[in-house]
Design a protein around this ligand. Structure first.
Ligand code: FE2
Ligand code: FE2
Length: 280
C-alpha cells in the first residue's frame, strides 16, 4: 500500500528538523569534527545550551563545583555523548504530542534511544566507518509512530489497543487493520527532512530480514534485541519470549562471544545515558 496524498500533505506540514540538530548530525559523521566546533553550534541555541548544562550537572557526574560552560561540559560528557543527546532531544522536541495512555512518549523515547545506542555500539564493534549513521538510523527507525502520534493519535490508540488485546506486534496490527504503516510514514518523513540514505534504509527495512546494507541489518537486529529485552516500549505487544532477537544475526556474522561483548558494552552505556537523560 502506498501513502495517500492527504498523509503526505500532513507530513509536509510537520516542522522541519531544527537547523542546529541537522548540523550536529552532519558533523557527527565527519572524522574531522572537533569539540570546539560542536560547542559553537550548541551555543548558538540557548535552549540546547541550557539542556546540555543541566545534563552535565546531573549527579551522575558529580563534577565538583558544577559546570557552567559548554566547552567544559563537552570535556566531561565527551563529544559523542553530547552529539547523541543533542540530536535525540531535538528530534523528539520537534513533536508536541505527549503520547497516549497506551503509548506513552517517554517509554517510546527510551526504546528509540536504546536501539540507536545498540546500533552504534554494534557498528563500532564491527569497525564500520559510519557508526554515527547507525545511531541516527536506530534512533529514528520508528519515527513513523511519532508522526502518527502527532497527526492522528486516534489511529495510534486504535492500533495500540488492538495490539494489546491480540498480543501482537505493532506492524502486524497495522497490516491486519490495513492502515498506513509507521514504516511508510517514517520513510515519507525521511524524504521530507532529506535525511541521509543510510537513515532512510534503516527506517525502510527494520522489520525485514533482507537488508540493502550492513548498517540497515544492524538497526533491524538492534530493534529485535531491544524488544526481546523489553527495554522501553513502542506499542509492541508480542510477548518478549516470542521475539527472535537473532533474526538478522546471520547477515552480521556475529559470534556468540562477540555478541555478548556488544551486549555488555550496551548495558553499561545505556545505564549511564539513562542517568543523564533522567537528570539523576
Ligand atoms: Fe518498527
Ligand atoms: Fe522499534
Amino acid at each position: 500500500m502506498s501513502l495517500s496524498s492527504s498523509w503526505i500533505e500532513k507530513i509536509q506540514s510537520l516542522p522541519v528538523l531544527p537547523q542546529v540538530a541537522m548540523r550536529v548530525a552532519e558533523r557527527m559523521q565527519s572524522p574531522t569534527a572537533t569539540t570546539e566546533e560542536i560547542a559553537k553550534l550548541i551555543r548558538s541555541d540557548a535552549g540546547l545550551t541550557a539542556k546540555l548544562l543541566r545534563l552535565a550537572n546531573s549527579s551522575y557526574y558529580s563534577i565538583p563545583g558544577g559546570v557552567s560552560d559548554v566547552n567544559k561540559a563537552l570535556q566531561f560528557l565527551g563529544f559523542n555523548t553530547v552529539a547523541q543527546l543533542v540530536l535525540t532531544s531535538s528530534i523528539f522536541g520537534s513533536f508536541r504530542s505527549q503520547g497516549t495512555r497506551e503509548f506513552p512518549l517517554s517509554s517510546f523515547w527510551t526504546h528509540s534511544f536504546a536501539v540507536g545506542l545498540l546500533s552504534e555500539i554494534t557498528a563500532r564493534s564491527l569497525q564500520l566507518q559510519n557508526a554515527s549513521d547507525c545511531f541516527i538510523g536506530g534512533l529514528m527507525h520508528d519515527i513513523g509512530k511519532l508522526i502518527m502520534m502527532e497527526l492522528s493519535s486516534d489511529q495510534l490508540s486504535k492500533i495500540s489497543i488492538h495490539a494489546r488485546e491480540h498480543q501482537e506486534g505493532f506492524i502486524e496490527t497495522e497490516q491486519s487493520l490495513q492502515l498506513p504503516t509507521h514504516v511508510e510514514l517514517g520513510t515519507a518523513l525521511a524524504r521530507f527532512w532529506n535525511l541521509p540514505n543510510s537513515v532512510f534504509e534503516a527506517i525502510e527495512s527494520h522489520h525485514q530480514t533482507v537488508h540493502k546494507s550492513t548498517e540497515a541489518a544492524i538497526v533491524a537486529w538492534s530493534n529485535q534485541w531491544v524488544h526481546s529485552k523489553s527495554i522501553g516500549h513502542s506499542g509492541n505487544y508480542k510477548p518478549a519470549e516470542e521475539i527472535n532477537g537473532d533474526v538478522s544475526i546471520g547477515t552480521l556474522k556475529l559470534s556468540e562471544k562477540h555478541k555478548s561483548q556488544i551486549e555488555s558494552t550496551f548495558l553499561k552505556e545505556f545505564e549511564k545515558a539513562e542517568a543523564i537523560l533522567n537528570g539523576n
